[in-house]
Design a protein around this ligand. Sequence first.
Ligand code: AMP
Length: 221
Amino acid sequence: MSKQLIKGPRISLFGPPGAGKGTFANRIKEYYPDIVHISTGDILRENVANETDLGKTAKKFMDNGELVPDDIVIGMVKDRLKQKDVKNNGFVLDGFPRTIGQARILSEITDLDYFLLLTTSRDTIKKRILGRYTCDECGAIYNIYIKKPKKEGVCDECGNSVEFTQRSDDTEEALDKRLDAYETNAAPIIEFYEERGKLKRVPKENTLDLTEQEIKDLLEI
Ligand code: AMP
């Protein structure tokens, strides 16, 4: 199988849930505004919300804190990588690959330029994830420990009312399982990209604290 031709940077963000992959993807967009942010978690949640067949199957795994089977996620990513916006502008994968099988298949479709590893302590992750909630109206993210709206119950971004309702997989039990799943799968994936010279370690726990120079160094800009 010949590899897909994709212009622009091809990046994967790797790290435990709550490491700040989504936030970091937004920071990368400051340098590559047209790069396509592909979050497998977001695509799956969209399918769950729209009650598609894929969503119905995926929901059972997600609510349990388990990984969705490789064939489902790989099919989804393959379809997305074929689209024109990705071919023209590159991609930042957020949450893929999450298993060595996914990494191997991805390498058959296209090569990565950078595999960026984010590391965050379990304690910090728990605070970030178990306190996390979003505005149903505009998707702005808050945290009961770290970032409450300025006015209790009112979204800073859109002015609508927000209540503390968590994602259905943001419970302590599901989180422990997700972190265990991450640790089991991480080592061979990290080794896979290290061997290929693609691995770079993100030097800060909080991606919002990265300086412009640190980001430029990571992306070799
Ligand atoms: P995330 O939003 O990245 O934390 O993903 C939420 C959930 O979606 C995960 O706990 C998994 O159940 C599922 N998921 C997301 N990406 C993948 C993937 N690459 N492989 C398998 N399951 C995934």
